[in-house]
Design a protein around this ligand. Sequence first.
Ligand code: HEC
Length: 155
Amino acid sequence: MKLATRLCLLIAGLTLTVPGIAAKDPNLKLLKARQGEMQLRAYNVGPLFGMAKGKMEYDAALASKLANNLKTQLSLDIGGAWKKGTDIEAYPGKTTSLGKIWTTYPEISEYGKKYAKAVKELAAEAGNGLDALKPKISAVGKTCKGCHDEFRELN
Ligand code: HEC
């Protein structure tokens, strides 16, 4: 084999193995995925709260779109990202998930069901005027908070 070819292979080999060596704990990706999904919820509810609080003008089309985005999110199955052993004890500073999520399972799914119900009701009403939006987004907000209060470590 020519030296140049060998060098090429060596470099190719290195670029393949270096990320392997540097590869982080794969569970970190799970934390990011579930947090990303939560961030997307926050992105969708933000303007809806803004409208309900009079901080931004009510826009029926936007309200309906964002509420339906939230509803679409309900159909995602990212259960795999909620792997046992990925709580705040194991990953301090990387997650706010309490071990309780897993030790009391399926308790958290009751909170998830209440959330899903509130989101569906929101999606049905968000485009029907500010007075229709207000109670529905407030109900959704309560279910977000209800679950966070119970299952997250928040300072
Ligand atoms: C059934 C429980 C549950 C519901 C409902 C819920 N969350 Fe969460 N949320 C969690 C848990 C658990 C975490 C911690 C995730 C982690 O760090 O592992 C979290 C984390 C978050 C985070 C922080 C993500 C990060 O980057 O660390 C945001 C933002 C968030 N949720 C927004 C929302 C919003 C907005 C809603 C409602 C529209 C909502 N959540 C509903 C359980 C819930």
